[in-house]
Design a protein. Structure first.
Length: 624
């Protein structure tokens, strides 16, 4: 049975979604043929596939996938028809009591307990519908393909534990994931992409290349940047800092926590309360409540309603930057004020949603906030968008789309004057139209304080990533009472622009690891050159060459191990070092170096000075 959907949602299901929905029923039929005691809960189509939750004595493992798939293919060949059946609540309950619902026939003593519960959740008077293919019948609103022969291009992907309706108190189920496509070519293409994704997985490569570490004692979702990863991060920061200097930004630093009143004023607390770390009470508040034997609920409620003061690990940098702006008086002649920070923020993500560097609990944004006059908004937004374009172009990310996220006038989650929202949305729409790229407008996806432009980047294997963002905000300056003196000597409220070209350094670096498969361009590589002496006789000359490269600002190491030259070269290639220079006696005598690149067997011989100039030029130009 699918998760409950509206009639409109069901009507809009694509042909591919119907194939996947139907394939979930075929999978359930196959499992029941192999293990008749299986009790099924529900099995919806999802992005890239489908799953079914079920309970049975046998614990499914990947070793079972082949025989389940073989049974599914038999069912596809049988070309069973998917037939719709409308039944009464009494009929549905009787079929569930007998084990017929979610089964291949009546199962005395084995009632379909999940189906009985789901029937009770269907509102009185609502139609109860089923779909049947062969002997298998299940509660389902559809839609389906016509026959099981449409479900032959299937592949089981993984199995995991789950909980009925997400409630762990109801006991553990098994969840079997699969994928299905309308034709064999699409299935094979999808599986090829998945294999490529495994090769590029930043979690595996990050460990192999010594870039980052996640430690349970430190905490899930908190990244430890190792020396090599820190070098990549520093190169990214230096790149963006150089661009900010050209655009007249001022760098600032702010603390990792702030008082709750700061975030109450901004609206982040309690608006984002579910995605924030718990508030931190002041020590005297804790001591007072302890003396009174107060409950945790008293503390939590008091922090939420303002009875007690406390602090918050900052979920956003913007309130801190606002306070920096507010610390000085400003004239229209001072504007725009552009404040930039590599600011670390903290969000409480569910443990099941964490994933390496791409979904974390603590991350550093290349964040900036611009305070300008209304007349300056268009030019400043355009400058922000050009910066994002420069970042993507430099890193070879040419395939991206732009998403304009707008306020839904019917929703009450947005703050501020609707007239100001209209101005902000008009400014962003005009700016994005100047980019000359396709964009989509998405109603209801704006931040609570303003509309935004997001850059959604497609990586080398076709996956989408939301990275750079630019937001126009008329509301936070009002909430904080920000002003500047205009040409008329009157007080005016500035407009605030939020922007982050990378988004977060953690996610961006994780994406880059996968995008380049760990083979960073030379300017980003943590180690740019490895010097390989052929023998002890050329070690001294190799050390001198290493020193010359290092003096030129090139990140270089020397391999002093006793391994043979071939093994040293293989090691350097496995570690994705862009250049290896080999020094034998011939090279020493001639004052040259033998150069190898990580992805080719071709050799090049150059004077050391020429090689240094070549690498320095590649770094300076940020060549790919």
């Amino acid at each position: 049975m699918s998760e409950r959907k509206t009639l409109d949602e069901r009507a809009q299901m694509t042909d591919l979604e119907r194939v996947r929905h139907s394939s979930a029923h075929v999978m359930a039929t196959a499992i029941l043929r192999l293990w008749p005691d299986a009790q099924f809960a529900y099995g919806p189509p999802i992005e890239n596939g489908f799953y079914y939750d079920f309970e049975m004595k046998h614990r499914v493992t990947p070793d079972d996938f082949e025989k389940i798939e073989a049974e599914m293919k038999k069912i596809a060949k049988e070309n069973q028809k998917f037939e719709y059946k409308a039944i009464s609540r009494e009929e549905a309950k009787a079929m569930a009591e007998s084990g017929r619902l979610g089964g291949l026939g009546e199962r005395p003593g084995n009632p379909s307990r999940f189906k009985l519960d789901l029937i009770d959740k269907i509102p009185e008077g609502e139609q109860i519908s089923c779909f049947q293919n062969g002997d298998f019948i299940d509660l389902c609103a559809g839609p389906h393909v016509g026959y099981t022969s449409k479900c032959k291009n299937v592949k089981l992907m993984s199995v995991s534990a789950s909980f009925y309706l997400g409630d762990e108190s109801k006991g553990s189920l098994q969840r079997l994931y699969g994928t299905a496509f309308e034709n064999k070519e699409d299935l094979e293409s999808h599986l090829t992409r998945l294999e490529e994704a495994k090769k590029r997985d930043h979690r595996r490569l990050g460990k192999e290349l010594g870039l980052f570490h996640i430690d349970e004692m430190v905490g899930q979702g908190l990244i430890l940047w190792k020396p090599k990863g820190a070098l990549v991060r520093r190169a990214l920061q230096e790149f963006i800092t150089g661009e900010l200097d050209k655009q007249g930004y001022s760098q600032v630093f702010t603390p990792h926590i702030g008082k709750l009143d700061l975030y109450r004023t901004s609206g982040h607390f309690p608006y984002y309360q579910e995605s924030q770390y718990p508030a931190i009470a002041e020590r005297d508040v804790l001591e007072k409540l302890a003396d009174e034997d107060a409950t945790c609920a008293t503390l939590i409620n008091g922090l939420s309603d303002g009875t007690y003061e406390g602090y918050l690990l900052k979920p956003m940098n913007c309130p801190h930057h606002i306070k920096i702006y507010a610390s000085d008086h400003h004239s229209y002649r001072d504007l725009p004020v552009r404040l930039a920070e590599f600011g670390t923020v903290y969000r409480w993500e569910q443990s099941g949603e964490l994933g390496g560097m791409t979904r974390v609990r603590g991350f550093t944004q290349d964040d900036a906030h611009l305070f300008c006059t209304p007349d300056q908004v268009a030019e400043e937004v355009t400058g922000c968008l050009e910066l994002v374009k420069k970042v993507l172009k430099t890193l070879g990310m040419h395939e991206y789309r732009v998403r304009l996220s707008l306020r839904d006038p019917e929703s009450d989650k947005y703050v501020g004057d609707p007239e100001n929202w209209d101005k902000a949305e008009a400014a962003l729409r005009h700016a994005v139209q100047t980019l000359g790229v396709d964009y989509t407008e998405e109603l209801g996806e704006a931040a609570f304080y303003g509309p935004k432009i997001d850059f959604v980047v497609k990586d080398v294997i076709g996956r989408d990533w939301q990275l750079g963002t630019v937001q126009v905000d008329y509301n936070l300056p009002v909430r904080f009472g920000l002003t500047y003196v205009g040409a008329d000597n009157a007080q005016h409220v500035p407009v605030m622009i939020h922007r982050a070209p990378f988004g977060s350094l953690e996610r961006f670096t994780g994406l880059l690891i996968e995008h380049f498969e760990g083979k960073f361009p030379t300017w980003l590589a943590p180690e740019q050159v490895r010097v390989i002496p052929i023998s002890e006789k050329t070690l001294e000359a190799s050390e001198a060459a290493t020193a010359k490269l290092a003096d030129a600002g090139i990140r270089v190491t020397i391999d002093r191990t006793s391994e043979k030259v071939g093994a040293k070269i293989r090691t350097a290639r496995l570690e994705r070092v862009p250049y290896m220079i080999v020094l034998g006696q011939k090279e020493v005598d001639e004052g040259t170096v033998s150069i190898r690149r990580r992805d080719t067997e071709e050799l090049e011989t150059l004077p050391l000075e020429d090689f240094v100039a070549k690498v320095k030029s590649e770094i300076a130009e940020r060549s790919l």
